[in-house]
Design a protein around this ligand. Structure first.
Ligand code: HEC
Length: 176
């Protein structure tokens, strides 16, 4: 092999390695730039202050009602279970009373997958309420489990920064 063709081959290899490096660094990341110029995690959502506070409000309501629901269900307190489940269902961020601007922001910043996970979660709350209405403890418990899966699967993708326990999880998360 001549020196010339060898250096061409080496050049090509360096080029490919360079392209792969750049792809690895930037290819998986979306365009949400951060002020610090650091590479932004793929799934981080670019909350505005007021949409973030709407989400936190949703989460606090969900968190409290979910805990009460577990307790009420275990006691067969059907009416309370129905109330908790309805509270969770109506806390849905896209159903809150938001300003037009916040609504537009939400539609802009929320990934489709997040919306899907959130609506599935709220749908399970509604189904749980229906099971409670039928005094069906077994079915209600099943939806309770599905809801817990909903918290975990959403948090491990979209709340990694918030919950240390999910911070080192990579992309391969489970969805059901
Ligand atoms: C579709 C997504 C999604 C689902 C489903 C979900 N969460 Fe969250 N939750 C989030 C995100 C995103 C955050 C982090 C917000 C942040 O601080 O950036 C969060 C934060 C929280 C917080 C912390 C709030 C705070 O004060 O900072 C609590 C508590 C919480 N979630 C409880 C729950 C519980 C309990 C469930 C299920 C019963 C649940 N969430 C289901 C997305 C979700």
């Amino acid at each position: 092999m001549s020196k010339k063709s060898l250096s061409i081959i080496v050049g090509i290899i360096i080029l490919i390695a360079g392209v792969m490096f750049v792809k690895h660094q930037y290819g998986n990341h979306n365009t949400h730039g951060s002020a610090q110029g650091s590479v932004v995690e793929k799934h981080a959502i670019n909350w505005t202050p007021s949409t973030r506070s709407a989400l936190i409000k949703e989460m606090h309501s969900i968190n409290q009602n979910y805990q009460e629901l577990v307790s009420n269900l275990s006691q067969g307190a059907w009416n309370k279970v129905i109330e908790n489940a309805h509270n969770i269902h109506s806390a849905f961020i896209l159903k809150q009373e938001l300003s037009e601007e916040d609504m537009a922001d939400l539609h802009r910043i929320l990934p489709e997958r997040f919306i899907e996970m959130d609506s599935k979660f709220h749908d399970h709350a509604l189904k749980l309420a229906m099971a409670a209405q039928a005094n069906d403890g077994e079915l209600a418990s099943m939806y309770l489990g599905k809801m817990a899966e909903g918290c975990v699967s959403c948090h491990q993708i979209y709340a990694k920064d918030r919950f240390e326990g999910f911070s080192n999880l990579s992309e391969t998360t489970h969805e059901h």
